[in-house]
Design a protein around this ligand. Structure first.
Ligand SMILES: [Zn+2]
Length: 344
């Protein structure tokens, strides 16, 4: 039996949620006086998701005929303010490449450290809101706010792609495609952010043209050559390939990632056989996505000295304290992001 005390009702629910999440418990029974039950229902709605928990509510007396009015907006604001005050064991940790000039761009690769997500697999800095991931929107918003504060940009500028593991690139200010895994911009103050959790995030920066981009490049993105498409879009905007700087983010390394023969063939089809290692025992292939993306960058005109393939290229599977991994964590798994923007 655990007792929580707080003068803030949102905090009480949040503390209880964290307690349950730490123990992988999913059933919640709330009992309260008649006049408060609607408030508790609303609070659980804001701070928890029905996908993760089973709720039951019971009033102590007869249910009142008239439902008390709930000021939902006010309650949400209270929750938002409460989340700002939640202490984490460690501050946000962002990895930055020395290659990207700080006077023109701000950028970074987030880790899983320093957020308020508490569900196993999402702990603690999950930055992607999709309903099946079970983190409520308000928690993601708080995580983005913390990253923005640490990275010195506006949280509302955090712009994420509509991921499809393809090679479509969207340029900000133009009509949005239905799905896209890459983004480029020449506008100041827009934070382009690509998700990863084994899939690599690539960050592109041209300090001469003052243009930048990101790519979400998992194995499907790699074989559809998303990196090449981002370079193409940047050159259309006036960049010279020899001026483009690229950093490779965290992702799954070759020894931790295998594909079947049919999928591995797609790497051979684009002349990337050297990124495959046949595994006789299981009749599959170890795939080196770092090497594959590096090759794609180089053969599309990016100078080797303009690629940082060391600072942030941790293996996501082998570093559970630092990074989310779909291969390792299964569902739900969180997402870290690589982001870049031009200083306003
Ligand atoms: Zn590994």
């Amino acid at each position: 039996m655990q007792t929580f005390h707080s003068e803030s009702n949102p905090e009480l629910i949040f503390l209880a949620k964290r307690h349950l999440d730490d123990r992988n418990l999913e059933s919640i029974f709330i009992t309260s006086s008649d006049d408060k039950i609607h408030m508790w229902k609303a609070l659980t709605n804001i701070l928890m998701t029905a996908r993760q928990y089973e709720f039951s509510f019971k009033t102590l007396g007869e249910a009142s005929e008239i439902e008390p009015e709930i000021d939902l907006k006010h309650l949400q604001e209270e929750c938002r303010e409460m989340l700002k005050t939640i202490n984490t064991n460690e501050p946000i940790r962002i990895i930055k490449s020395p290659l990207i000039p700080k006077d023109i761009f701000y950028h970074g690769y987030t880790t899983r450290i320093g957020g308020v997500s508490s569900i196993a697999g999402l702990k603690s800095l999950n930055l992607l809101y999709i309903t099946k991931k079970k983190d409520p929107k308000i928690v993601i918003e708080e995580n983005v706010r913390r990253v923005a504060e640490a990275g010195n940009f506006k949280p509302e500028s955090f712009t994420t792609p509509l991921v499809d593991h393809g090679n479509i690139v969207w340029q900000t200010g133009t009509p949005k495609p239905e799905v896209y895994d890459g983004m480029v911009t020449v506008e100041q103050g827009i934070t382009l952010a690509a998700p990863g959790a084994d899939c690599l995030d690539l960050i592109f920066a041209d300090p001469i043209k003052k243009c930048c981009g990101v790519a979400h490049s998992g194995w499907k993105g790699t074989v559809s050559e998303i990196a090449k498409e981002v370079i193409k879009k940047m050159t259309e905007l006036g960049s010279n390939t020899q001026d483009i700087l690229v950093t490779l983010g965290p992702g799954v390394e070759g020894s931790c990632f295998v594909l079947g023969t049919k999928d591995a063939q797609k790497f051979k089809d684009i002349s990337l056989s050297e990124c495959l290692k046949y595994n006789e025992k299981d009749d599959n292939y170890h795939v080196d996505l770092f090497k594959a993306n590096l090759k794609i960058l180089e053969r599309n005109g990016i100078l080797p000295e303009n690629i940082d393939s060391t600072t942030a290229t941790y293996c996501t599977v082998c570093n559970p304290d630092l990074f989310f991994s779909c291969v390792r964590d299964k569902t739900p798994f969180g997402n870290q992001f690589g982001y870049i923007g031009l200083h306003a």
